[in-house]
Design a protein around this ligand. Structure first.
Ligand code: FAD
Length: 306
């Protein structure tokens, strides 16, 4: 029986053997055994209910913090980008600040601009993070003093039985590029409600422009990458430590420590996921050996080695 025959009437797009290199910003890595882009939340819930209890499930947004090993992901990928894309101004009871609901598949820069256009300030930092709302909620993405969960009023989640829940920030342990549900349950994000300060559209647009130029000046945005590879250790910068170990430009296969920003690894064009992962481990080992500091990867590496 084919995957689609298992779920009569399922809408959305269901594929098998989908190359994940097409869906991650590193442009490398293996295939997903099953790959589903839902038409809407109801279809997503129906899809999740049909999955075997032991099948790994991976939600993917823009793949800007993700690597699937060359042997592929032995389960079902749910693609939220191009799905779950609703965005609207909402009135939250008891919340006076401008508030917006955005689907998990909405690109974060889109939320930043939408909020600014509707008179909200303080979300300008989101304009330069090339991920989705779902990815940002999961990673507690942030930069330039802002963090995703600083803005969250409530988030909607789904579990593998298709049950929907409204989650409050208090339901999570929230840290720097870290989020963990306090309760033991496997859940994924469908949407979030975000509150901002009152702002001025022109000033917000100008601020976004300035922050984006900072990125262009300091990050290798013309080469496939996944942003910062390692979290910054307390009181220091991963990039500084990596540079101090003379690793800028060091390459394994087609993966190279960026010559522009030492905490970025770029795909020179032919990198495999194994090249990238080996380089991540090499950098971690060299930095540990020379400085005594243990760097922890921020990027998520999943799936099977070839
Ligand atoms: C050039 C560049 C610059 C970057 N700058 C920054 C920055 O300044 N600050 C920063 O924090 N990050 C930065 N990043 C990293 C990345 O953009 C963020 O981590 C972003 O939040 C990831 O979103 P995504 O949709 O691409 O997630 P993905 O890469 O698709 O997924 C990342 C993780 O989130 C999980 N996930 C995705 N969607 C969901 C969902 N709906 N429910 C549950 N889990 C989900 C995935 O399973 C995976 O574990 C940068 C990346 C690049 C390429």
């Amino acid at each position: 029986m084919s995957e689609r025959d298992m779920i009569p009437g399922l809408r959305g797009e269901l594929r098998t053997g989908e190359p994940m290199a097409k869906h991650v910003s590193w442009r490398a890595g293996g295939a997903a055994r099953v790959f589903y882009t839902p038409a809407n939340v109801a279809d997503l819930c129906a899809f999740l209910r049909t999955r075997p209890a032991d099948e790994p499930i991976l939600f993917v947004g823009l793949g800007s913090n993700l690597l699937v090993r060359d042997g592929g992901f032995p389960g079902a990928v749910v693609m939220t980008h191009h799905a779950l894309t609703g965005i609207e101004f909402v009135a939250e009871p008891g919340v006076a600040r401008p508030t917006f609901k955005a689907g998990a598949g909405v690109p974060l820069p889109h939320l930043a601009r939408f909020a600014a256009k509707h008179g909200a300030g303080g979300g300008e930092w989101m304009a330069g993070v090339p991920g989705t709302v779902g990815g940002a909620l999961t990673m507690n993405a942030g930069c330039y003093g802002g963090e995703t969960w600083d803005h969250v009023i409530v988030a909607e989640t789904v579990d593998r039985h298709g049950n929907l829940r409204l989650r409050k920030p208090a339901d999570y342990a929230i840290g720097y590029r870290h989020l963990a549900l306090r309760e033991a349950n496997e859940e994924w994000f469908l949407s979030g409600v975000f509150a901002f300060e009152r702002g001025d559209e022109a000033a917000s647009m100008q601020r976004m422009k300035e922050l984006l130029s900072k990125r262009v000046a300091s990050q290798p945005l013309n080469q496939p990458n996944a942003g910062s590879v390692f979290r910054n250790p307390e009181g220091d910068h991963a990039a500084r430590l990596i540079e101090s170990c003379a690793l800028k430009g060091f390459a394994i296969g087609g993966a190279q420590v960026s010559t522009k920003h030492a905490n970025f690894i770029v795909n020179l064009g032919t990198a495999t996921a194994a090249d990238i992962e080996s380089l991540v481990m090499h950098v971690r080992d060299v930095v540990r050996g020379r400085t005594g500091v243990e760097l922890h990867p921020e990027v998520r590496i999943v799936g099977d080695a070839k």
